[in-house]
Design a binder for this molecule. Structure first.
Ligand code: APR
Length: 161
């Protein structure tokens, strides 16, 4: 458990919104730790569709890069939310490959303001991370849980792989 902005890894993942112009939760924490140049770079990107990911520098963060991904808003589970969340992880891993990133940390994407049930989201996260690591075992992947509720969900999900 912990604060993703403190991690000394190649890349931390931001649970952003499609504007990429910052927000609350982990998005707010990352922008405030990285400083104003992060927002300046995000402005130039011009947004990110749900399920996709964009990479920027980390600026004042210990991490070299921030990978911004936009998770789905939970709307009951019948609107493709599971697939969109899985796509967030795959989009982030595509950028890991392209940028030869060796260590990456994820927050529990969509489980805060976007309301995705943590039990279900953690199973998707663990499944996607495990699938990626099958062909990239040299990459260190950390799932950062900001509270015990989410930590317990990830702990449970890990038993199923
Ligand atoms: N470090 C690690 N995890 C964190 C941190 C932090 N500093 N702060 C919050 N979290 C956790 C939350 O506890 C939650 O489990 O990140 C997870 C995702 O929660 P949110 O940050 O609310 O993100 P999300 O649910 O994807 O909603 C995204 O919220 O902040 C806005 O701009 C953002 O509109 C977007 C929406």
């Amino acid at each position: 458990m912990g604060d993703i902005t403190a991690l000394r890894v190649d890349a931390i993942v931001n649970a952003a919104n499609s504007s990429l112009l910052g927000g609350g939760g982990v998005d707010g924490a990352i922008h405030s730790a990285a400083g104003p140049l992060l927002l300046e770079e995000c402005r130039k990107i011009g947004g990110c569709p749900t399920g996709e990911a964009k990479i920027t520098a980390g600026y004042r963060l210990a991490a070299r890069f921030v990978i911004h991904t936009v998770g789905p808003v939970w709307r009951g589970g019948e609107h493709g939310e599971d697939d969109l969340l899985a796509r967030c992880y795959r989009s982030c891993f595509e950028l890991v490959r392209q940028n030869e990133i060796q260590s990456i940390a994820f927050p529990a994407i969509s489980t805060g303001a976007y309301g995705f049930p943590a039990e279900r989201a953690s199973r998707i996260a663990v499944r996607e991370i495990a699938a990626f690591l099958e062909n990239a075992s040299f990459v260190e992947v950390t799932a950062v849980c900001f509270n015990k509720r989410v930590y317990d969900c990830y702990h449970e999900a890990l038993k199923s792989i």
